[in-house]
Ligand binder design. Structure first.
Ligand code: GDP
Ligand code: MN
Length: 375
């Protein structure tokens, strides 16, 4: 589960990680007042994705009048599919230099890894690709945690020796915050070095392990705000759903088949809007439920259903599709590929209802990409 920047910064603050003073604004008026109280501010779109700067979701305002105009601009913007409903207004940091400090799960090593780089402000993946030497890593022992000498090694490894006095305690605090919150990603990018040599977290990202959320009842209120509404809705419906960036809704049974279907859509020049696995043995009501969920997503321009019938029966799936189309008044292009158990019965039902099933998954993907691009 991901949190919004201002929520993360509240956590940073209580953990003793320096952050600029800030206020949340939902209207240009509130942003104007924030600038009146704080002086020059950064106005930052609160959406649970990175790259807000590049998308125009971060503006620097020197005066309350500027803050009003800029907040007007940013509020209501859409960034990577998220509408900006709030901006975080915080004291402008005079940044001399941008560093990167983060902690994430290294799945290969099965350990948390601390990452420090003198090249901050850009995506760490890009730094890793272009300047691998500019990144230093530390895999702390999970029981002992990172030791000061190891942290100093990390700091010198990143070429940041002169900042060690300020960096050692900061890394310690970030690590213990991550452990306390069951964080699987905690990131400060940029970690700003100010004109006077101080360190300030200019940005904050936090992703908490979903399997550990039950241990953090205090975060759950905040959970709602950062959670994607469709993912929340999917959870209520007990569907396995992941939001993606594209326009083609994808439904399949079994994680492997769904991932394969995403690849096929991509190969045909389309982009999937989601991953949705209805699992094995799904009955008509589950299919209905899944289609209803996709119909709620305004980004979806077409739906591809790919079913391999083992314990899932083709006729059940067909019934679900037909009922859902009728009940929901679904106008979106819909392409079905179905094979396996009760395939013939399912096809017959679909054909009678005017939904011609495709024979191969590739043909189905090609067709939905074409139909969706017309709409
Ligand atoms: P992201 O693009 O979503 O990662 O958002 P960030 O919070 O990292 O902001 C992007 C960039 O905006 C940073 O790398 C900074 O260069 C700039 N920025 C953000 N806040 C401030 C600030 O308070 N002062 C200054 N000068 N620049 C800022
Ligand atoms: Mn950032």
């Amino acid at each position: 589960m991901k949190f919004l920047e201002y929520q993360v910064k509240e956590r940073f603050k209580t953990a003793g990680i320096p952050v600029p003073e800030g206020r949340l604004a939902r209207t240009p008026d509130e942003a104007t007042r924030a600038a009146g109280a704080l002086g020059p501010i950064a106005i930052k779109a609160q959406v649970p994705v990175g790259g807000r700067g590049k998308a125009g979701g971060i503006k620097l305002a020197r005066t309350p009048a500027e803050a009003r105009v800029m907040a007007q601009d940013v509020l209501g913007m859409t960034i990577k599919g998220y509408e900006v409903q709030e901006v975080w207004c915080e004291t402008l940091v005079e940044i001399a230099r941008e560093l990167y400090l983060g902690l994430t799960l290294d799945r290969d090593q099965r350990l948390l890894v601390l990452i420090l780089s003198a090249q901050g402000g850009m995506e760490i993946e890009d730094v890793a690709a272009q300047h691998p030497e500019a990144i230093a890593r530390l895999h702390p022992d999970p029981w002992r945690g990172p030791q000061p000498y190891e942290i100093r090694e990390l700091i010198f490894g990143a070429g940041l020796g002169p900042l060690q006095a300020a960096l050692v305690p900061l890394v310690m605090k970030l690590y213990s915050l991550a452990r306390t919150l069951d964080g699987i990603t905690v990131e400060i990018n940029p970690l700003a070095v100010t004109q006077d040599g101080g360190l300030v977290a200019a940005d904050g990202k936090l992703e908490v392990d979903d399997n550990a959320i039950f241990r953090h009842k205090d975060l759950v209120g905040a959970e709602e705000a950062g959670e994607d509404p469709l993912e929340a809705e999917a959870k209520r419906r007990h569907l396995t759903y992941v939001r993606l960036d594209g326009t083609i809704g994808v439904i399949g049974n079994g994680a492997g088949l769904v991932m394969n279907t995403l690849d096929l859509v991509q190969q045909q020049g389309g982009r999937a809007a989601n991953f949705l696995d209805i699992g094995g043995g799904a009955k008509a009501d589950v299919v209905h439920n899944a289609l209803e969920l996709l119909a709620m997503d305004p980004r979806v321009r077409g739906i591809l259903i790919n079913i391999f019938g083992g314990i899932t029966r083709g006729d059940e799936v067909a019934k679900g599709i037909i009922e859902a189309r009728r009940d929901l008044g679904l106008k979106l292009p819909l392409v079905v590929r179905m094979t396996g158990t009760r395939e013939a019965e399912g096809r017959k039902l679909l054909e009678a209802a005017g939904v011609a099933p495709e024979v191969t998954a590739t043909a189905a993907a090609r067709k939905i990409v074409e139909l969706a691009s017309r709409g």
